[in-house]
Design a binder for this molecule. Structure first.
Ligand SMILES: OC[C@H]1O[C@H](O[C@H]2O[C@H](CO)[C@@H](O)[C@H](O)[C@H]2O)[C@H](O)[C@@H](O)[C@@H]1O
Ligand SMILES: [Ca+2]
Length: 780
């Protein structure tokens, strides 16, 4: 292994200082750095002040804004009083010819190891004299594939020298191994983003147990990076969208419901305050039709969400501000439907209740103004929804904010349930989503044409035969088909189902391709069963068992809703349950037959509480073994997915991918049927995979994982790629629902499992190493 030698070797002992200023050796001596350093020697090199004990008792794990804030900045410290120390001339190379001469020799010598650092046990710190140079050098040496990440795929020396704090950087120690080096890269990148040129860095911060580090980052940093809250100044940034690339998408744009004049004024004010942002503000019409939605494809925009009024206590001035919400991450920079629920679970775990609650406020607003919980709040999502979770989300927040002892919480719950009932009736139990014969529901949104937010090549295989038929390029075919010049009923049918696939949240999977709008899925009908039960309970307890619906004038009680739930459960059993395989399958309402695609959403029947104990046992015995992989539950079985080829590429919601929502719902469902040990086993697998990728791939946390891949599970090349993998230096947000899954999964882990995860012990060796009594904890 090649080690970096400090360019200037210390021949004298570490310098004493006599006036509070001295020089330290920066990290390394790579060729580029050498010239930088030489520049420094010619007079531009910065000096730092000795910091007495300022850095010695700082929490090594505090948030970056504090850790790299002014309090720890050597340059921001008041100049210390001159100390009455003996001056040693050796320190001052700029005034001492003797010292300058020594530099020539020093190039050939190794730096002395800082013995005091090596032997000390606690509070070991490094001093980085020049963050920029250190970054350059670290990347030049260790990032051999030049992707600004230090991973196990880089073939650098895997060791670098850094100055120690107790020698003021004069003596050095080695930092070794991918994990520590990549953490060093992350910390330097963050320090730089805070404008820091010099830092003290705790060894503990780059050597932190990865389980602690990741959960700390999720709780203290990732959620913050994913949180949005609209105000007058940030709307242009919040409206930013990388998905659409038309000329009309260049300027940020916000669409406001026709009956929200206050919001319209607010956004006009925002655009006038900063004309250079070119924020465009448009009213939406009262009736939003699929034709209208299609007409916005080239001029997409963000859709307004719920806002509250703030009164400035000193001026009395009133202004609007958006409720906070979290975005999933990567290219998904807007409020999503089911992502929000899944993130809310993690946000509540991190005690960030206001953000989770803000998302419910937005859902109530969306149901009021857009008639549904939107796939996400962009104009091109106006026609479709996503898997419904509002009742459970509202109940969890309700409990967290005081439950029945807090009148405000009760009001919140009642508003959320009024909205959920409107959504239930208007979206899921109406045409075209409701199948009147079975009483079951399908994902079946309106819409016209090709979804504009998808990656351009996604539909090429489907469109190519039509481009050949009309002898036009693919690009022209897209235009001609979208504007209705070319009429192709088969394409219409394909895109009807494609839109349904996107509404299902499972975009895309061969389970749904060309058929989704006609499938009563176990996913959706489990969720609706849960709605019915939740609504019954809330009506009984908080509406005095008499709910007047002002939208349709009906009065219902808990019994009515329990009956709806029972009817749905009976239909699910009749049309979907397959005892032989142990799966609940989707039911095709057109062909009137049960399908046989084996999906991890069969566990949603447990999450919703609709399966019997006997069915749960059969699912555990028969379905689970088909879906349990190295890294947790896979989205569907390989057999169901079928063979893959150039013409039949991998789909992201199919084998071998695993998704956080599937894990989270299965853990909860299994636990509630008495199979907590299986949930623990599955959680260990999932957490192992996330931790492994985090450790080996520069702190990476991605949207989905290949649960069959031991070494690089983050590597999924499907559709728009893997969100969360593309960052330089440091990952700052993780991915919303994976962040949640990590926090929730850890709740199943005892100390032993946590330690094993921290050491990245693969599931099988870990399970095999357990004593018989411990094996029981994992249902082994
Ligand atoms: O842009 C392509 C598709 O992207 C979204 O789907 C995926 O990301 C969502 C956000 O994390 C998630 O809710 C969904 O389950 C993913 O498959 C979007 O929801 C689709 O409508 C869109 O076409
Ligand atoms: Ca690299």
């Amino acid at each position: 292994m090649v080690e970096f030698l400090p360019k200037v070797t210390e021949i004298n002992p570490p310098p004493d200082v006599d006036d509070g200023e001295d020089e330290v050796e920066p990290l390394s001596n790579g060729p580029e750095q050498r010239s930088l350093k030489e520049e420094g020697q010619q007079g531009t090199r910065r000096h730092h002040r000795r910091l007495s004990s300022m850095h010695e008792y700082f929490d090594p794990f505090c948030n970056a804004d504090v850790y790299y804030g002014p309090v720890t900045d050597p340059r921001k410290q008041p100049k210390p009083h001159r100390l009455n120390r003996t001056r040693t001339m050796s320190v001052f190379n700029k005034v001492s010819d003797f010292k300058n001469d020594m530099k020539d020799y020093s190039l050939k010598r190794r730096g002395s190891e800082d013995d005091s650092f090596l032997s000390s046990q606690r509070n070991r710190k490094f001093f980085i004299d020049n963050v920029d140079m250190a970054l350059d050098e670290l990347l030049a040496s260790e990032d051999t594939d030049r992707n600004y990440q230090i991973t196990i795929e880089d073939t650098g020396p895997k060791v670098i020298k850094v100055g120690t704090a107790n020698s003021n950087g004069f003596k050095h120690v080695n930092i070794r191994g991918t994990y520590m080096l990549s953490n060093l890269l992350q910390e330097l990148t963050i320090a730089k983003s805070f404008g820091r040129h010099q830092i003290f860095l705790d060894e503990a911060r780059i050597n932190e147990n990865p389980v602690n580090r990741l959960s700390r980052l999720i709780t203290n940093q990732f959620w913050n990076s994913l949180t949005r809250r609209v105000d007058l100044y940030n709307i242009a940034e919040i409206a930013r969208d990388s998905k659409i690339d038309t000329p009309g998408a260049k300027n940020p744009r916000i669409y406001v419901p026709y009956n929200c004049p206050d919001q319209y004024e607010f956004y006009i004010q925002a655009s006038q305050m900063n004309p250079s942002l070119k924020l465009e503000v448009e009213y939406l019409p009262k009736h939003i039709t699929p034709e209208y939605v299609k007409s916005l494809n080239d001029t997409p925009g963000l859709l307004a969400l719920a806002m509250e009024e703030h009164v400035n206590p000193s001026t009395g001035e009133r202004s609007l501000v958006g409720y906070p919400y979290a975005v999933p991450g990567g290219r998904f920079n807007e409020l999503y439907g089911w992502d929000s629920y899944l993130m809310a679970l993690g946000l509540l775990e991190s005690n960030k209740v206001d953000i989770a609650r803000g998302m419910v406020e937005h859902f109530i607003f969306e149901i009021d103004h857009y008639d549904k919980i939107l796939n996400a709040n962009r104009s091109y999502y106006l026609c479709r929804s996503q898997p419904p979770f509002l009742t459970d989300m509202a109940l969890l927040i309700f409990e967290k904010i005081g439950g029945k002892n807090n009148p405000n919480a009760i009001q919140f719950l009642k508003r959320a349930f009024r909205a959920a009932i409107k959504e239930y009736k208007g979206v899921w139990m109406s045409t075209p989503r409701l199948d009147p014969i079975t009483g079951l529901s399908c994902y079946h949104p309106d819409g016209i044409g090709i979804p504009p937010e998808t990656e351009p090549a996604h539909f090429d295989t489907i469109l190519l035969p039509y481009a050949e038929k009309y002898n036009v390029s693919l690009e022209n075919l897209r235009k001609l088909y979208n504007d209705g010049t070319i009429k192709e009923p088969k394409l219409d049918a394909f895109f009807l189902h494609d839109r349904a696939v996107r509404e299902s949240g499972h975009d895309t999977t061969y389970r749904f391709e060309g058929v989704c709008a006609y499938l009563a899925t176990i996913d959706l009908n489990s969720l609706l069963y849960k709605y019915e039960i939740d609504i019954a309970n809330v009506i009984e307890e908080y509406f005095d068992d008499e709910y007047f619906d002002e939208n349709d004038g009906t009065v219902t009680d808990a019994k009515h809703w329990r009956k709806l739930a029972k009817t749905r459960k009976d239909s699910i059993n009749k049309y979907m349950w397959d005892e032989k395989s142990g799966f609940f399958f989707d039911y095709n309402i057109k062909l009137k037959c049960r399908t046989s695609y084996e999906s991890a959403t069969t566990f949603w029947s447990l999450w919703a509480g609709l399966a019997t104990n006997e069915q749960a046992k059969i699912i555990v015995e028969k379905a689970l073994p088909q879906l349990e992989m190295l890294g947790g539950l896979v989205a569907c079985t390989e057999k169901s997915r079928g063979p893959i080829s150039i013409d039949r590429p991998i789909r992201q919601w199919d084998y071998p991918c695993g998704w956080a929502p599937h894990q989270i719902l299965a853990w909860k469902g299994l636990s509630s049927y008495g199979y907590e040990q299986i949930a623990t086993r599955l959680a260990y697998r999932w957490l192992y995979m996330i931790t492994k990728a985090f450790v080996d791939y520069n702190g990476m946390v991605v949207e989905k994982y290949d649960v069959t891949r031991g070494t690089d599970p983050h590597r999924v090349d499907a559709e728009y790629g893997n969100q969360g993998a593309d960052f330089k230096g440091v990952a700052t947000e993780g991915f919303g629902w994976v962040n949640t899954s990590y926090l929730l999964g850890l709740k199943y882990m005892n100390n032993h499992a946590r330690r094993a995860l921290g050491a990245c012990s693969p599931p099988l060796p870990f399970f095999n190493s357990l004593k018989p009594s411990e094996k029981k904890l994992y249902y082994l």
